[in-house]
Design a protein. Sequence first.
Length: 607
Amino acid sequence: MGHAWGEQTAEERRRLLIRRIAEQAYAQPLLEGGLWFYGDIRNNFYYASYLFAAAVDETLPVSFDRRTAAARAQAVLLEVLALQNTVPGTPLYGHWPLGLAPAPREAKPHELPAELMGSLLAVFRRRYGERLDSMAAVRLDAALGHVYRGGFYRKPLARYHHHEAKYTAAKLIFGLLFDDRELLADGRDCVKRTLAHLRANGMEEYGGLPWFWHWVQAFAAALEFAAEAEGEERTASGLRALLDELWRIRADWYLGGAWVGAHSRGWPHDVPRDVNVLHDYVQFGGFPLPEELPRTEYAGLLFYPAPPSAVKTALDRSEPTELRKRIVPVTSAEPWHSYGYIRAEYAAGGLWERVEEFDNEQLRWAFTLPVRADGSVNRLYFFHPGRGYADGDPRHQSGRMAVLYDRSVVAAWFPGPDARDAADFAVGVLPAGSWLERPNALYGRCDEALFAVYLSGPYTITERDGWREVRLAPLPGGVVVEALAVREAGKRGIADLEAFAAAMEVRRPVFAGGSVADGEATAAAANGSGGSSGPAGPARENGAVGTFDPAAASDADGEAGHSSAVIRYRSLQGGEVALLRPSGSEGSASWEAHRDGARMTLDDYEG
């Protein structure tokens, strides 16, 4: 190996990842029943795959005894295979359980594991079948037969989501394995239609990293079979085109291992920090392999090289880039619009629309830093808590937020609680860095980015693990965040954080608070609450200053039907932005974002 992490090739990074996971697997004690994990059966298969792959690769330096490692990997694999439902005609025939606690042999089958694991088992058998002990090879072949006959993948293409992506890949893999020409033809047709849908309508599962990586792995697995199958050149070509499209999507929203902008699903390993980065690590490099590996899957065992143009897009952020993407979802009558502004030091972006995503895990907007060497939080964002929110877990937002995106500026207004989402506060996430606390404002430096965070009223700070929680209360209220690269600040004569704070203090936005229902203006800056410190540490309160200006706010920028601009801000980058509230409704479609007195439209957003 012998290179710094910034100089390694994709193949070197892939092998390093295999070695790292194999070493972890070998060192981890087995639980009762001969498995490493009870939480998710798939993790046992993944660890066994890496351990076996490393054990039989004599060119890969490892610290463990290869024969012992190979035997242990096969023993775990046999335990996994033994948990499959092998009784034809029963519900979920061919499937495995998902969670195994407290007794793996008593766990009931679940529909999820086979979706991806079934195809990856086929990849494992294809690569390592000749190196397996005879019993493991026979049991693995039998398990693949049960998956094929169980036929979970025999479903029509309708939603174009990650489940159907895995069904499509399985149609191709099992069609080739079992010479099922009808199934294979169905898979080919699904690949063609899926690619056309992505190109025309965008990725509905925007920023949903667990799902997105399932797309990539499923089609890379199918390509491994199609690429060497006689007469399947067109099938392989279609899969390559689909994988190219997926990697172009990833590259567009890439910044140093992080996923920029909105997330349809924000798991704890994606929000508030990017930890699910192994596929990016292998493909792009540019950041060290993290210590924490929450979703190994087949990131080190399946590799498809992204198109050179996508690699260039991902890695060359020498010039600022604006993204305006239209998404036409199958599940909604109206399109969605995703915005991004990306520089080498930071990115900003989000979805203009509020969407009720699975488990209410939408991350509406965020500023994003490249993945940090210490693995700490690399996002900055604010939201109003909604269904599923728990103290200390900055996810699960409500729809009680209006937004404005303009390059390095994001503004958000929180109208206040309603019967469904009753929290009378907004929550903010600040990455670890150097932060100056001022009345109704914070100024910070995080790596090579400077942030000005303006709030409409007093706030409290709670120290969390690797980040700071800001709580703005009571509502209604708002926040404006502007970012500036440290190198750009130097060009403006701003030498340090104190100088940045001084320069930004004079740019404070004008906020207005009030009830849309009765039209009475109320200063959100008045009578702020202290908030709860929570379990992570003491909270600190910062007093209010007079940023509420009802006279200035009453000028509705000449827009009939709007009672006032709830936020008005003249940014460092030039130009004034304003967020106008509706006069009679708080529906997100009625709020308007303005730049220099003109309404911002979504007409130039493309698929």
